[in-house]
Design a protein around this ligand. Structure first.
Ligand code: ZN
Length: 145
């Protein structure tokens, strides 16, 4: 009787991407998904930082507009208006609610700056927001191991 004791230890393979701003090699969780999908490859840290800088100098809409341009994701004024004063991650989450694959910047400008966007129930958004924050924390913790 042969005992098959060896259980192949599966190495988890993580896709990594190089941020084109800080040039750090990071796992997917270090990027907003749309940044990878739309091939802008700017990590969360860099884009959050940029957004914080912009918001000090300009109004919210303009800051979102500029960041959308860098990330090459859709800029929709309707959404920006609704989520006013939230961070860029929140804006992206709202975009994701209406688009599975987020339009790139150019497409959004050609289409129109506005979309049919009905703000979801506030409580629901708030819960989603908190859940999103928890997920991000877990992802960051996972990156440590
Ligand atoms: Zn970076």
């Amino acid at each position: 009787m042969t005992k098959n004791k060896s259980v192949a230890k599966k190495d988890t393979v993580y896709n990594t991407y190089k941020c084109r701003w800080c040039e750090k090699e990071k796992r997917e969780s270090g990027f907003y998904r749309c940044s990878i999908t739309n091939k802008s490859f700017i990590c969360k840290n860099c884009i959050d930082h940029k957004f914080d800088e912009l918001i000090l100098k300009y109004d919210y809409n303009r800051a979102i507009f500029i960041v959308c341009h860098y990330l090459d994701i859709a800029y929709y004024e309707d959404i920006a208006k609704v989520v006013e004063n939230e961070n860029i991650g929140y804006y992206i989450r709202q975009l994701n609610l209406i688009q599975n694959t987020i339009d790139n910047f150019e497409t959004s400008i050609i289409k129109n700056k506005s979309v049919e966007f009905t703000p979801p129930d506030y409580k629901y958004t708030e819960t989603k927001h908190r859940l999103g924050a928890i997920i991000e924390e877990i992802e960051q913790l996972r990156d440590l191991f």
